[in-house]
Design a protein around this ligand. Sequence first.
Ligand SMILES: [Ca+2]
Ligand SMILES: [Zn+2]
Length: 304
Amino acid sequence: MATTLLRRGAATALAALAIALVMLAGQALAADALPDLDQEVPAQLDVRVGGTAAQPSYRLGFGSGVRNVGAGPLLIEGRRVAGSGGRMVARQLVEQDGGGAPRALDGVGSLRYVRSVDHQHWHLLGFDRYELRAVGGGRVVRDRKSGFCLGDRYRVTTRAVAGAPAAPVHTGRCGLRMPGLTRVTEGISVGYGDFYAAHLEYQDLPIDGLADGRYLLVHRVNAGRELRESDYGNDAASVLLELAHGRDGVPVVKVLASCPDSARCAAPGAGGPAAAAVPLVRAARRGPASLLCSLSAVAGGWRP
Ligand SMILES: [Ca+2]
Ligand SMILES: [Zn+2]
């Protein structure tokens, strides 16, 4: 009797072990193919003059780019109940190495139906942040961007990324002129990036009233780490700027250094690259064709 019980116990233990092994094997087969978002260095800087002749106003414009150099695509799905207003809840879909259904991660943010002068569609909020920080001090200006329509807008050409699709996949328009949608998907494929041009939908920061001195312009993707990635060490990039005002009160901005993968950026020592002047430009009349968010692809790839 006791022997039978022992045998039964051993058999049960063996069965449990077998089940555990099968589950482990299943997990090994279905590993997350995570994206790795890589913030590009702020690029194409300029200072745009607006306001009136009597009271001019100045904004520091910048292009920003985020590329995916990970093992899997960034996939975002927004959903809402019909008639529930202009907001969707976002979740991230993580592709699995072994194939099969992607793993869904809830609570990665929200999308809002944005009506701007030029276009209206669903924007993912808070994907990328821009700020100016005083060197040795804190944040002095922060963006007020209305969100992002992610897509494969340029191909990564400055480094090799394995597994990039031959052609862009995410070329959608985030539900352009479709406020009644209940589901929207957007993303960035492996080996592609999403780019936003200077002054487009708040791709700039006001610099009126700032004291002369050194500032860091910091761009940071996934600041709240809501999106699951394989590496968070490359999510910020920065440039070190010097701001001075002439006697006429016109700001003169120079780039002292560019720092990929870091929110800190030290000035180069003697013999380093010379400071580059940021051009001063007059506010151009807004052309309708140039203002469709990031919906038009950037020809020729990323241009720092
Ligand atoms: Ca990253
Ligand atoms: Zn837009």
